[in-house]
Design a protein around this ligand. Structure first.
Ligand code: ATP
Ligand code: MG
Length: 410
Protein backbone atom coordinates (compact mmCIF):
# COMPACT_ATOMS: atom_id res chain seq x y z
CA UNK A 1 0.00 0.00 0.00
CA UNK A 2 1.31 3.44 -0.85
CA UNK A 3 2.05 5.86 1.94
CA UNK A 4 -0.70 8.47 1.98
CA UNK A 5 1.71 11.21 3.08
CA UNK A 6 2.92 11.57 -0.53
CA UNK A 7 6.65 11.51 -1.27
CA UNK A 8 8.57 14.41 0.22
CA UNK A 9 6.24 15.24 3.10
CA UNK A 10 7.64 12.58 5.40
CA UNK A 11 11.22 13.84 5.26
CA UNK A 12 10.08 17.47 5.23
CA UNK A 13 8.36 16.86 8.54
CA UNK A 14 11.73 16.22 10.20
CA UNK A 15 13.53 18.97 8.28
CA UNK A 16 10.74 21.35 9.31
CA UNK A 17 10.86 20.12 12.89
CA UNK A 18 14.54 20.96 13.15
CA UNK A 19 13.89 24.32 11.41
CA UNK A 20 11.20 25.06 14.04
CA UNK A 21 13.69 24.20 16.82
CA UNK A 22 16.23 26.62 15.33
CA UNK A 23 13.57 29.29 14.94
CA UNK A 24 12.52 28.95 18.61
CA UNK A 25 16.16 29.06 19.71
CA UNK A 26 16.90 32.18 17.64
CA UNK A 27 13.76 33.97 18.88
CA UNK A 28 14.63 33.04 22.50
CA UNK A 29 18.16 34.39 21.99
CA UNK A 30 16.83 37.64 20.48
CA UNK A 31 14.37 38.11 23.38
CA UNK A 32 17.08 37.25 25.92
CA UNK A 33 19.77 39.52 24.50
CA UNK A 34 17.18 42.26 23.83
CA UNK A 35 16.11 42.31 27.46
CA UNK A 36 19.75 42.28 28.63
CA UNK A 37 20.67 45.16 26.29
CA UNK A 38 17.60 47.18 27.33
CA UNK A 39 18.28 46.78 31.06
CA UNK A 40 21.92 47.61 30.42
CA UNK A 41 20.89 50.91 28.85
CA UNK A 42 18.60 51.64 31.79
CA UNK A 43 21.43 50.84 34.20
CA UNK A 44 23.81 53.11 32.27
CA UNK A 45 21.37 56.00 32.47
CA UNK A 46 20.82 55.47 36.20
CA UNK A 47 24.57 55.17 36.69
CA UNK A 48 25.11 58.52 34.99
CA UNK A 49 22.58 60.08 37.35
CA UNK A 50 24.28 58.55 40.38
CA UNK A 51 27.70 59.69 39.24
CA UNK A 52 26.41 63.21 38.78
CA UNK A 53 25.17 63.13 42.38
CA UNK A 54 28.54 61.95 43.68
CA UNK A 55 30.38 64.54 41.62
CA UNK A 56 28.14 67.24 43.01
CA UNK A 57 28.79 65.94 46.50
CA UNK A 58 32.56 65.96 45.87
CA UNK A 59 32.41 69.49 44.48
CA UNK A 60 30.34 70.63 47.46
CA UNK A 61 32.95 69.28 49.86
CA UNK A 62 35.71 70.89 47.84
CA UNK A 63 33.85 74.18 47.78
CA UNK A 64 32.95 74.14 51.46
CA UNK A 65 36.63 73.88 52.32
CA UNK A 66 37.69 76.69 50.00
CA UNK A 67 38.23 80.34 50.81
CA UNK A 68 35.40 81.37 48.55
CA UNK A 69 32.69 79.96 50.76
CA UNK A 70 30.97 82.35 53.08
CA UNK A 71 29.01 81.32 56.13
CA UNK A 72 25.53 81.28 54.56
CA UNK A 73 26.48 79.34 51.41
CA UNK A 74 28.36 76.84 53.58
CA UNK A 75 25.25 76.20 55.63
CA UNK A 76 23.21 75.86 52.43
CA UNK A 77 25.67 73.38 50.93
CA UNK A 78 25.96 71.36 54.12
CA UNK A 79 22.21 71.17 54.62
CA UNK A 80 21.19 70.56 51.03
CA UNK A 81 23.98 68.59 49.42
CA UNK A 82 26.42 67.08 51.87
CA UNK A 83 24.11 65.96 54.67
CA UNK A 84 20.90 64.78 52.93
CA UNK A 85 20.90 61.10 53.09
CA UNK A 86 20.79 59.55 49.67
CA UNK A 87 21.53 55.88 49.47
CA UNK A 88 24.84 55.99 47.60
CA UNK A 89 27.80 54.56 49.52
CA UNK A 90 30.75 56.97 49.52
CA UNK A 91 34.18 57.00 51.17
CA UNK A 92 36.46 60.01 51.29
CA UNK A 93 40.19 59.12 51.39
CA UNK A 94 43.23 61.26 51.85
CA UNK A 95 45.54 60.77 48.84
CA UNK A 96 48.79 61.03 50.76
CA UNK A 97 48.07 59.05 53.91
CA UNK A 98 45.36 56.82 52.38
CA UNK A 99 43.45 57.46 55.58
CA UNK A 100 39.66 57.23 55.50
CA UNK A 101 38.33 60.67 56.37
CA UNK A 102 34.61 60.22 55.94
CA UNK A 103 32.11 57.60 54.85
CA UNK A 104 28.41 57.45 54.07
CA UNK A 105 26.01 54.54 53.65
CA UNK A 106 28.84 52.04 54.11
CA UNK A 107 28.81 50.82 57.70
CA UNK A 108 25.67 50.02 59.56
CA UNK A 109 25.22 51.91 62.78
CA UNK A 110 24.70 48.79 64.92
CA UNK A 111 28.07 47.16 64.30
CA UNK A 112 31.04 47.49 66.62
CA UNK A 113 34.06 49.68 65.88
CA UNK A 114 36.23 46.79 64.74
CA UNK A 115 33.45 45.45 62.52
CA UNK A 116 33.02 48.90 61.03
CA UNK A 117 36.70 49.09 60.19
CA UNK A 118 36.58 45.78 58.38
CA UNK A 119 33.41 46.83 56.56
CA UNK A 120 35.03 50.08 55.51
CA UNK A 121 38.20 48.39 54.26
CA UNK A 122 36.42 45.72 52.25
CA UNK A 123 33.96 48.19 50.75
CA UNK A 124 36.80 50.52 49.82
CA UNK A 125 38.54 47.68 47.98
CA UNK A 126 35.35 46.96 46.05
CA UNK A 127 34.91 50.64 45.24
CA UNK A 128 38.48 50.87 43.94
CA UNK A 129 37.79 47.94 41.63
CA UNK A 130 34.43 49.23 40.42
CA UNK A 131 34.74 52.96 39.74
CA UNK A 132 37.38 55.62 39.25
CA UNK A 133 37.27 58.09 42.16
CA UNK A 134 36.51 61.81 41.95
CA UNK A 135 39.36 64.05 43.05
CA UNK A 136 38.94 66.88 45.55
CA UNK A 137 41.52 69.68 45.84
CA UNK A 138 41.64 70.99 49.39
CA UNK A 139 42.78 74.61 49.24
CA UNK A 140 44.59 76.62 51.79
CA UNK A 141 42.21 79.07 53.48
CA UNK A 142 44.71 81.96 53.29
CA UNK A 143 46.23 81.94 49.81
CA UNK A 144 44.06 79.44 47.92
CA UNK A 145 47.01 77.11 47.18
CA UNK A 146 46.38 73.34 47.13
CA UNK A 147 47.17 71.90 50.51
CA UNK A 148 45.83 68.38 50.10
CA UNK A 149 44.26 66.04 47.55
CA UNK A 150 41.45 63.73 48.55
CA UNK A 151 39.62 61.02 46.66
CA UNK A 152 35.91 60.28 46.70
CA UNK A 153 35.36 56.58 46.17
CA UNK A 154 31.81 55.36 45.57
CA UNK A 155 29.70 52.37 44.64
CA UNK A 156 26.52 52.33 42.66
CA UNK A 157 23.35 51.99 44.65
CA UNK A 158 22.11 48.57 45.72
CA UNK A 159 19.08 48.92 43.43
CA UNK A 160 21.26 49.60 40.41
CA UNK A 161 23.48 46.59 41.14
CA UNK A 162 20.38 44.43 41.48
CA UNK A 163 18.91 45.79 38.29
CA UNK A 164 22.05 44.77 36.40
CA UNK A 165 21.71 41.16 37.60
CA UNK A 166 17.92 41.09 37.18
CA UNK A 167 17.63 40.03 33.49
CA UNK A 168 20.13 37.21 34.04
CA UNK A 169 18.22 35.89 37.04
CA UNK A 170 14.90 36.30 35.25
CA UNK A 171 16.13 34.57 32.08
CA UNK A 172 17.67 31.69 34.05
CA UNK A 173 14.42 31.14 35.94
CA UNK A 174 12.48 31.16 32.64
CA UNK A 175 15.02 28.78 31.04
CA UNK A 176 14.78 26.32 33.97
CA UNK A 177 11.00 26.50 33.88
CA UNK A 178 10.92 25.96 30.08
CA UNK A 179 13.26 22.98 30.44
CA UNK A 180 11.08 21.36 33.12
CA UNK A 181 7.96 22.01 31.03
CA UNK A 182 9.67 20.46 27.99
CA UNK A 183 10.62 17.36 30.00
CA UNK A 184 7.08 17.01 31.32
CA UNK A 185 5.58 17.35 27.83
CA UNK A 186 7.99 14.95 26.21
CA UNK A 187 7.39 12.45 29.01
CA UNK A 188 3.64 12.62 28.50
CA UNK A 189 4.10 12.40 24.73
CA UNK A 190 6.21 9.24 25.11
CA UNK A 191 3.61 7.74 27.44
CA UNK A 192 0.92 8.52 24.88
CA UNK A 193 2.96 6.96 22.06
CA UNK A 194 3.46 3.84 24.17
CA UNK A 195 -0.26 3.51 24.70
CA UNK A 196 -0.94 3.88 20.97
CA UNK A 197 1.70 1.27 19.98
CA UNK A 198 0.56 -1.23 22.57
CA UNK A 199 -3.14 -0.65 21.91
CA UNK A 200 -2.81 -0.97 18.14
CA UNK A 201 -0.68 -4.11 18.45
CA UNK A 202 -3.07 -5.77 20.90
CA UNK A 203 -6.05 -4.97 18.73
CA UNK A 204 -4.33 -6.27 15.57
CA UNK A 205 -3.32 -9.54 17.28
CA UNK A 206 -6.84 -9.92 18.60
CA UNK A 207 -8.46 -9.27 15.22
CA UNK A 208 -6.10 -11.67 13.42
CA UNK A 209 -6.57 -14.38 16.04
CA UNK A 210 -10.20 -15.21 15.26
CA UNK A 211 -9.96 -15.87 11.49
CA UNK A 212 -6.63 -17.62 12.06
CA UNK A 213 -8.03 -20.25 14.42
CA UNK A 214 -10.96 -20.69 12.07
CA UNK A 215 -8.54 -21.14 9.13
CA UNK A 216 -6.64 -23.78 11.09
CA UNK A 217 -9.81 -25.73 11.73
CA UNK A 218 -10.70 -25.51 8.03
CA UNK A 219 -7.21 -26.79 7.18
CA UNK A 220 -7.78 -29.92 9.24
CA UNK A 221 -11.06 -30.42 7.44
CA UNK A 222 -9.45 -29.98 4.00
CA UNK A 223 -6.52 -32.24 4.93
CA UNK A 224 -8.96 -35.01 5.76
CA UNK A 225 -10.75 -34.75 2.40
CA UNK A 226 -9.90 -37.79 0.20
CA UNK A 227 -9.75 -35.75 -3.03
CA UNK A 228 -6.95 -33.58 -1.51
CA UNK A 229 -4.61 -36.62 -1.38
CA UNK A 230 -3.35 -35.90 -4.93
CA UNK A 231 -3.04 -32.15 -4.26
CA UNK A 232 -0.38 -32.25 -1.55
CA UNK A 233 1.29 -29.02 -2.84
CA UNK A 234 -1.87 -27.01 -2.15
CA UNK A 235 -1.85 -28.20 1.48
CA UNK A 236 1.87 -27.34 1.78
CA UNK A 237 1.39 -23.82 0.42
CA UNK A 238 -1.67 -23.24 2.61
CA UNK A 239 0.30 -24.45 5.63
CA UNK A 240 3.08 -21.98 4.81
CA UNK A 241 0.62 -19.12 4.60
CA UNK A 242 -0.97 -20.08 7.89
CA UNK A 243 2.48 -20.26 9.48
CA UNK A 244 3.22 -16.75 8.13
CA UNK A 245 -0.03 -15.46 9.60
CA UNK A 246 0.82 -17.11 12.92
CA UNK A 247 4.21 -15.41 12.87
CA UNK A 248 2.59 -11.99 12.31
CA UNK A 249 -0.04 -12.59 15.00
CA UNK A 250 2.57 -13.67 17.53
CA UNK A 251 4.65 -10.52 16.78
CA UNK A 252 1.70 -8.25 17.40
CA UNK A 253 0.60 -10.12 20.49
CA UNK A 254 4.14 -9.96 21.91
CA UNK A 255 4.54 -6.24 21.29
CA UNK A 256 1.15 -5.64 22.87
CA UNK A 257 2.07 -7.32 26.16
CA UNK A 258 5.01 -7.59 28.54
CA UNK A 259 7.29 -9.80 26.44
CA UNK A 260 8.90 -12.92 27.85
CA UNK A 261 12.66 -13.00 27.30
CA UNK A 262 14.39 -16.35 27.09
CA UNK A 263 18.03 -17.35 26.80
CA UNK A 264 18.22 -18.15 23.12
CA UNK A 265 21.26 -19.06 21.02
CA UNK A 266 21.80 -15.89 18.99
CA UNK A 267 23.48 -17.54 16.00
CA UNK A 268 20.70 -20.07 15.60
CA UNK A 269 17.93 -17.47 15.87
CA UNK A 270 19.61 -15.17 13.33
CA UNK A 271 20.45 -18.03 10.97
CA UNK A 272 16.89 -19.39 11.04
CA UNK A 273 15.58 -15.93 10.38
CA UNK A 274 17.87 -15.50 7.35
CA UNK A 275 16.88 -18.97 6.10
CA UNK A 276 13.27 -17.90 6.33
CA UNK A 277 13.97 -14.65 4.46
CA UNK A 278 16.27 -16.08 1.74
CA UNK A 279 13.57 -17.59 -0.51
CA UNK A 280 11.46 -14.47 -0.06
CA UNK A 281 14.13 -12.06 -1.26
CA UNK A 282 15.95 -11.72 -4.57
CA UNK A 283 18.32 -14.62 -5.28
CA UNK A 284 20.98 -12.01 -6.10
CA UNK A 285 21.23 -11.07 -2.44
CA UNK A 286 23.82 -13.22 -0.66
CA UNK A 287 23.27 -13.48 3.10
CA UNK A 288 25.81 -14.79 5.57
CA UNK A 289 26.22 -15.11 9.33
CA UNK A 290 29.71 -15.23 10.80
CA UNK A 291 30.72 -15.97 14.36
CA UNK A 292 33.29 -17.86 16.40
CA UNK A 293 30.78 -18.26 19.18
CA UNK A 294 27.95 -20.42 17.89
CA UNK A 295 26.63 -21.19 21.36
CA UNK A 296 26.42 -17.61 22.58
CA UNK A 297 23.07 -17.01 24.22
CA UNK A 298 21.26 -13.77 24.90
CA UNK A 299 17.96 -12.73 26.41
CA UNK A 300 15.65 -12.69 23.43
CA UNK A 301 11.99 -12.65 22.64
CA UNK A 302 12.16 -14.64 19.43
CA UNK A 303 9.15 -13.35 17.45
CA UNK A 304 10.08 -9.73 18.20
CA UNK A 305 13.81 -10.13 17.61
CA UNK A 306 13.16 -11.85 14.28
CA UNK A 307 11.00 -8.89 13.34
CA UNK A 308 13.94 -6.55 13.99
CA UNK A 309 16.35 -8.65 11.91
CA UNK A 310 13.79 -8.82 9.13
CA UNK A 311 13.29 -5.03 9.08
CA UNK A 312 17.02 -4.30 9.02
CA UNK A 313 17.75 -6.92 6.36
CA UNK A 314 14.89 -5.66 4.19
CA UNK A 315 16.21 -2.10 4.46
CA UNK A 316 19.65 -3.39 3.45
CA UNK A 317 18.18 -5.11 0.43
CA UNK A 318 16.26 -1.96 -0.53
CA UNK A 319 19.47 0.08 -0.22
CA UNK A 320 21.30 -2.18 -2.67
CA UNK A 321 18.41 -2.28 -5.14
CA UNK A 322 18.22 -6.04 -5.08
CA UNK A 323 21.82 -7.13 -5.76
CA UNK A 324 24.57 -7.43 -3.13
CA UNK A 325 25.62 -8.90 0.20
CA UNK A 326 24.20 -8.88 3.70
CA UNK A 327 26.68 -9.97 6.34
CA UNK A 328 25.78 -10.61 9.95
CA UNK A 329 28.51 -10.85 12.59
CA UNK A 330 27.89 -11.99 16.15
CA UNK A 331 30.29 -11.48 19.04
CA UNK A 332 30.80 -10.28 22.59
CA UNK A 333 30.36 -6.55 23.10
CA UNK A 334 31.34 -6.64 26.77
CA UNK A 335 31.37 -9.16 29.61
CA UNK A 336 27.58 -9.14 29.72
CA UNK A 337 26.56 -7.98 26.27
CA UNK A 338 26.33 -9.57 22.82
CA UNK A 339 26.49 -7.59 19.60
CA UNK A 340 24.85 -8.42 16.31
CA UNK A 341 26.18 -6.40 13.36
CA UNK A 342 24.14 -6.36 10.19
CA UNK A 343 26.03 -4.93 7.20
CA UNK A 344 24.93 -4.28 3.67
CA UNK A 345 26.86 -2.96 0.69
CA UNK A 346 24.10 -0.61 -0.39
CA UNK A 347 24.02 3.10 -1.07
CA UNK A 348 24.53 4.18 2.56
CA UNK A 349 22.66 6.76 4.64
CA UNK A 350 23.58 10.42 4.09
CA UNK A 351 25.36 11.85 7.18
CA UNK A 352 22.66 14.38 8.02
CA UNK A 353 19.93 11.71 7.90
CA UNK A 354 21.51 9.17 10.26
CA UNK A 355 19.96 10.78 13.34
CA UNK A 356 16.50 10.56 11.76
CA UNK A 357 16.35 6.95 10.61
CA UNK A 358 14.89 5.65 13.89
CA UNK A 359 12.18 8.29 14.05
CA UNK A 360 8.69 7.04 13.17
CA UNK A 361 7.54 8.29 9.80
CA UNK A 362 11.00 9.02 8.44
CA UNK A 363 11.40 7.40 5.05
CA UNK A 364 13.04 8.15 1.72
CA UNK A 365 11.08 5.42 -0.05
CA UNK A 366 8.10 5.97 -2.26
CA UNK A 367 6.28 3.04 -0.73
CA UNK A 368 7.79 3.15 2.74
CA UNK A 369 6.03 3.89 6.01
CA UNK A 370 9.15 4.83 7.91
CA UNK A 371 8.17 2.46 10.69
CA UNK A 372 10.64 -0.43 10.27
CA UNK A 373 13.51 1.06 12.26
CA UNK A 374 11.25 2.89 14.74
CA UNK A 375 9.76 -0.49 15.57
CA UNK A 376 13.20 -2.11 15.73
CA UNK A 377 14.41 0.55 18.18
CA UNK A 378 11.34 0.10 20.29
CA UNK A 379 11.70 -3.66 20.38
CA UNK A 380 15.41 -3.60 21.22
CA UNK A 381 15.40 -0.74 23.73
CA UNK A 382 12.03 -1.11 25.46
CA UNK A 383 11.51 -4.86 25.27
CA UNK A 384 15.09 -6.16 25.39
CA UNK A 385 16.80 -3.37 27.36
CA UNK A 386 19.39 -3.40 24.61
CA UNK A 387 20.80 -0.85 22.19
CA UNK A 388 20.51 -0.33 18.46
CA UNK A 389 22.39 2.22 16.38
CA UNK A 390 24.02 2.92 13.04
CA UNK A 391 27.58 1.74 13.61
CA UNK A 392 28.83 3.09 10.29
CA UNK A 393 27.47 4.23 6.97
CA UNK A 394 29.31 5.43 3.89
CA UNK A 395 27.89 6.53 0.57
CA UNK A 396 27.99 3.68 -1.96
CA UNK A 397 30.00 1.47 0.43
CA UNK A 398 27.24 0.35 2.76
CA UNK A 399 25.75 0.54 6.20
CA UNK A 400 26.23 -1.43 9.41
CA UNK A 401 23.58 -1.52 12.11
CA UNK A 402 24.61 -2.78 15.54
CA UNK A 403 22.25 -4.42 18.01
CA UNK A 404 23.48 -4.96 21.55
CA UNK A 405 21.66 -7.52 23.69
CA UNK A 406 22.01 -8.61 27.27
CA UNK A 407 24.09 -11.75 27.35
CA UNK A 408 23.76 -14.56 29.80
CA UNK A 409 26.18 -17.42 30.05
CA UNK A 410 24.78 -20.93 30.00
N1 ATP B 1 20.63 -0.07 5.29
C1 ATP B 1 20.22 1.14 4.89
N2 ATP B 1 20.88 1.78 3.89
C2 ATP B 1 20.47 3.01 3.48
N3 ATP B 1 19.43 3.69 4.01
C3 ATP B 1 18.76 3.12 5.00
C4 ATP B 1 19.10 1.81 5.50
N4 ATP B 1 18.26 1.49 6.50
C5 ATP B 1 17.41 2.52 6.61
N5 ATP B 1 17.68 3.49 5.72
C6 ATP B 1 16.99 4.78 5.58
O1 ATP B 1 16.18 4.97 6.72
C7 ATP B 1 14.81 5.18 6.35
C8 ATP B 1 13.90 4.62 7.40
O2 ATP B 1 13.92 3.22 7.44
P1 ATP B 1 12.67 2.43 7.99
O3 ATP B 1 12.93 0.98 7.87
O4 ATP B 1 12.34 2.97 9.34
O5 ATP B 1 11.51 2.87 7.03
P2 ATP B 1 11.28 2.43 5.51
O6 ATP B 1 12.13 1.25 5.18
O7 ATP B 1 11.46 3.64 4.67
O8 ATP B 1 9.75 2.04 5.53
P3 ATP B 1 9.12 0.72 6.20
O9 ATP B 1 8.19 1.24 7.24
O10 ATP B 1 8.45 0.04 5.10
O11 ATP B 1 10.24 -0.06 6.79
C9 ATP B 1 14.70 4.54 4.99
O12 ATP B 1 13.68 5.13 4.22
C10 ATP B 1 16.07 4.80 4.38
O13 ATP B 1 16.14 6.07 3.84
MG1 MG C 1 12.22 -0.45 6.39
Amino acid sequence: MQNPFKGGFKIDFYTNQSKIKWFILVVALIIGSGSIIYTDQLVDRLKEGEEEKIELWAKAIEFSGSVLADESSLTFITNNIITPSNTLPVILVDSASQEILLSRNVVDSLSSTSQREIQLETTLEKMKRENKPFTIMVRNANDGSISDIQYVYYRNSYILRQLRAYPFIQLSVIAIFAFIAYLAFSYSRTAEQNRVWVGMAKETAHQLGTPLSSLMAWMEYIRAMPEMKEKEEVIIELDKDIERLERITSRFSNIGSVPVLKNEPVYEVVNNCLNYLRPRLSSKVIMNVETDMHDLKAKINKPLFEWVIENIVKNGVDAMSGIGNINVTIGLESSNEVFVDISDDGKGIPKGKVKNVFKPGFTTKKRGWGLGLALAKRIIENYHQGKIFVKSSHADVGTTFRIVLIYKDI
